[in-house]
Design a protein around this ligand. Sequence first.
Ligand code: CAA
Length: 241
Amino acid sequence: MTRVALVSGGTRGIGAAIAVALKAAGYAVAANYAGNDERAKAFEAETGIPVFKWDVSSYEACVAGIAAVEAALGPIDVLVNNAGITRDAMFHKMTPGQWNEVISTNLTGLFNMTHPVWSGMRDRGFGRVINISSINGQKGQMGQANYSAAKAGDIGFTRALAQEGAAKNVTVNAICPGYIGTEMVRAVPERVMNERILPQIPVGRLGEPEEVARCVVFLASDDAGFITGSTISANGGQYFS
Ligand code: CAA
């Protein structure tokens, strides 16, 4: 039977590459997005992957959105928690709003998206939850106290939930991308990118979204059934943990 996959933030950047790769691997895929209707509609037209709009920082919106996806495609077997935002600022300049927005989307969003699918996965005896964390949740990053805290929290969430799901054949893993060539990373000031970030990447380049997507396809597969609570780093050698 065709398995159903839902990718949050799945119409742009790393999420779009994940949605496309899962579709190519034979899944029925739905892509969630929060804001950019024009890009989402273009993505749907190009790929044939249906898009569903809601904000992962709202629990009620996630419950309703997931119900809509399941009504259209069937119960969700694979959840990829990819949606994420940055509100970078040095901590002395960071506002409570910048802190709260990032925590609500990048950390609380994982609770909001996973909770509505979790019981179904347990009951059916199969599930894959794949959380897109970040190198900056592993090592910390100046200018990202909010983002690093949320992404480190995603790893703790992964490890706790993996232990709960294991006996039910529901695996929970994290991927920590390094600096990938997406709009989010291209928004970093050019001088900081060229003088500070690129020299720290031994492979000598930004990653490609597809290089993260291939990790997701593997973790979603039956072949990865013995892997749970783990973190795959895809960062060009920038950081080992
Ligand atoms: N690595 C190393 N040094 C950095 C840095 C980084 N990522 N970001 C900033 N710095 C350094 C700057 O080079 C600068 O030092 P110098 O003056 O000695 O060169 C110092 O920190 C202060 O930076 P700014 O002058 O730019 O200060 P600002 O207050 O104008 O801006 C900032 C601060 C908003 C944090 C800005 O520097 C910035 O956007 N930096 C990038 C932060 C970053 O790496 N974000 C990751 C975004 S991609 C992502 O999050 C995806 C992922 O998961 C990897």
